[in-house]
Design a protein around this ligand. Sequence first.
Ligand SMILES: [Zn+2]
Length: 318
Amino acid sequence: MARGRLIFAVDLGGTNLRAGLVDASGRVVARRKAPPRGDRRPAVFLNTLAELRSELSAEVKGRPDALALAVPGPMDAGRGWVCSPVNVPDLGRAPLAAMAGKALGLPVTLVNDATAFTLGEHWRGAARGHPWCLGVTLGTGVGGGAVLDGKPLLGARGNALEIGHLTVEPGGRPCGCGRRGCLEAYASASAVRRRAMELAEGGKLPGLLAAAGGDTVNINSRLITEHARGGDRICAGLLEEAGRYLGRGLALAQALLDVDLAVIGGGLAGAGELILSPARESLDLHRFRTPTELEIVAGELGGDAGLVGAAALALNLF
Ligand SMILES: [Zn+2]
């Protein structure tokens, strides 16, 4: 039987839906992952949440007393609305916090998913003891969050640090937001995958295509990383390019925030130094020089970070 406060934390990404019960010490005591790319229309999503809560509650023989919901932006956090997230279009514009609160009978905290990632890594992961830090997720999109002087940077409506939509290449590749040259169009896991698929279709990546069973649809970050590690220079080049653009984005954020640590998460962070090393070089090239050195590290909590961070906010730890 679980004792003390228990938060039902849900991290809805562009691809994955993770849910867990997080205790007051930041431990994920039970977790579930729903099938990727499922139907995310609000009514269906809320049914999925109710099922996940039942399963998790049964597993730990305890009931959560609050829901912490991490979703991709944009949002109106004060009113509890999601505003047609670029990477989860099914959700549309909806008063999701109120709908979830009614469906589950719990108080709801709504937070940007990358902010939740950052808070999780700050509370229990790679950014522990860093009151000035930044978090960046490289997944379906590119998200950002920050902790400044030990407090989360949320913004007026919960949309602070949408680093993925900073312009890093004017007039560059099209982005899902409708503009061009955004960081997300270069450094997200989806952007790297898309480039690899184009090259594979053009006959440039026969090894990768063979590993994907001959179908470009099966190409993903993990395969690209494996091939880069195995000496494939084109795959390594794709990751290096993503890292260089990430460094540019970090230089812009650093000039505004004066943070000394950037924690990188999301699917593409699994490429480790293949991304982080070019990001450091690019940051060094593009940054405004101050006495603050921005260290770039990989996250430590993996898929749990968003759950832990969303729970931290619901627990009023900041
Ligand atoms: Zn964009």
